[in-house]
Design a protein around this ligand. Sequence first.
Ligand code: HEC
Ligand code: HEC
Length: 211
Amino acid sequence: MRKHQNLYMNVAKILMVSLAFAFAINVNSAAQSGDAEAGKQKSITCAACHGVDGNSPVAQFPKIAGQVPGYIAAQLANFKSGERTDPIMGAIVGALSEQDMDDLDAYYSGQQISSGSITADQEQQARAGEAVFRGGSAEFNVPACMGCHGPSGSGIPPNFPRLAGQHASYIETQLLAFKSGERNDPIMNPIAFPLSEQQIKQLALYISALH
Ligand code: HEC
Ligand code: HEC
């Protein structure tokens, strides 16, 4: 009888250890990366505004397809903590767990962003934007955008977001929000602050057509 009890105890111990091990592995992989397939299921609630694959057809809503891995999860967490405020997104993120954010990140970062285009009469404005994007502005102490966002605007994971192909009006709104301090970021606030509204418009046009 005693022998059996010992055996049961040992089996129980082994089970507990292997369960703890399996749990540790699960927790680890969850923290490192999300599950794109699970993210696809969870993205159904996002599709109305951001499009099925993250390429929102409406300029009012940002494209989130093809974003650098890690950026979407970070922004969702910012909306949830209140560090970044938006009445629509603020209401949506309340229901999302950290795992949901990682899964959504994995799904959208695996999609391809659609390219934008500008009209012939916007081209001159976009050229002026290109000069600041590539060379910055020494006069206003603005660094070249491509230093962090990449020469083609495709971003650098996980902190520097992709800009190329984004709706011009969204880029413009965000730069104005960084300029006024309404959107808070220690890096982008001082960069956007000296930019004029015209420079912001020109940058937005250039970036939207980048691919
Ligand atoms: C009712 C419309 C709506 C729905 C539904 C919606 N969003 Fe948004 N989303 C917005 C708007 C508007 C913004 C721009 C907010 C701003 O101006 O800061 C935004 C911004 C974002 C951003 C920031 C993008 C960037 O480039 O910084 C992310 C990420 C995002 N949404 C993800 C999601 C996800 C994931 C879901 C689904 C769980 C979702 N959204 C559902 C309207 C929506
Ligand atoms: C020193 C690095 C750096 C430089 C240079 C830089 N950025 Fe950024 N940019 C960032 C970081 C970091 C973020 C993400 C901020 C956050 O997490 O909210 C960002 C975010 C943005 C966003 C918001 C994107 C989105 O999807 O919401 C826009 C638009 C942007 N930058 C435009 C520019 C432009 C235009 C320039 C040049 C005038 C520029 N940036 C130069 C680091 C930089």
